[in-house]
Design a protein around this ligand. Sequence first.
Ligand SMILES: [Zn+2]
Ligand SMILES: [Zn+2]
Length: 353
Amino acid sequence: MLCHKCDRKAVIVLQHSGLCDAHFLAYFEEKVEKTINKFRLIDRADSLCVAASGGKDSLTVLYLTKKYLLRYQLPCTLFALSVDEGIKNYRKSTLRDLKTFCTKHEIDLHIISSKEEFGYTLDQAAPKIKKLQQKKACNICGVWRRFLLNKYAKKYGATKVITGHNLDDEAQVVLMNMFKANTTLMAHLGPQSGVEEHEQFASRVKPLYFCTEKETRLYALLKKFDVSFTECPNAQEGLRAYVRDMLNDVEARYPGTKQGIINSFLNVMPLIKEREMKKPQQLNMCLVCGEPTNNDVCNACKIKEALDGMSRGAKKVEVSPKKTSLKPKRVLIITKTKSEKKKTNNEKKKNIK
Ligand SMILES: [Zn+2]
Ligand SMILES: [Zn+2]
């Protein structure tokens, strides 16, 4: 097939017509720019943090954000923030790609390590949590990543966090939340995440919102970004992988399905957000770490406490939330082992004497 704009050889077929490499690059960049402008994802006064993993999506969004700032001569500061979860045979290579990229494009990079923050790499934490709470690696990874990105984006002064989420990612999450009847989480989707702005949460924006996985992959390839295109070894687990494969299957038979899901979602999104805003929202500060949470202890701390409990050999870890009080103390109750109980009892006896 030939490019419908210039008769050169097409590199991709979109909506039944082909585009050559040069016209595809222009089409892709224009789409991202329109998304940023239409949804006002970037403001002159912003300090921008790009959540970067070193994969094709994050390098693409990092590159195009910088290009956008230069094109419109915006004075925004820009830096990349990456979480090193400690995933063997995966994260090391993507971080290497990211470092090379940031050096080449003169972008500051901060890397936060899960091991340093929580005391465990994801590889160490995942099998333990699976045993204890039946949670998959992606659940822990997601909780810890969100926690670290929000905490350090704020720490480094960001007003917005830019993520590389693409149309495929969003369509998958929309469907997953629909399957689970989770309209509360759906209210937090869209090109700009969240229901209301809150100083405790850096607002998240997605310039690649209307770019498919296939388009983003091709863009990164044509731009010759140094990226390994390896998939996270945990990505084959769970509902997400199932929905992704199912969507790819339907898209192959009925092109435009993913775009259709997103268009439908955007039509109802204002209604969902409006309904969520009417609900009474309670935002607490985590009693353990001081970060924002809807409960008393944030999910990141709950996971860490469960892991610490296992390391100490505790039999059971319970979280006892106290909804109304905000006492600055730990609320995690660790059931002591027999030997620990004995020790405490002996100490009590000593005190009585
Ligand atoms: Zn062309
Ligand atoms: Zn916490």
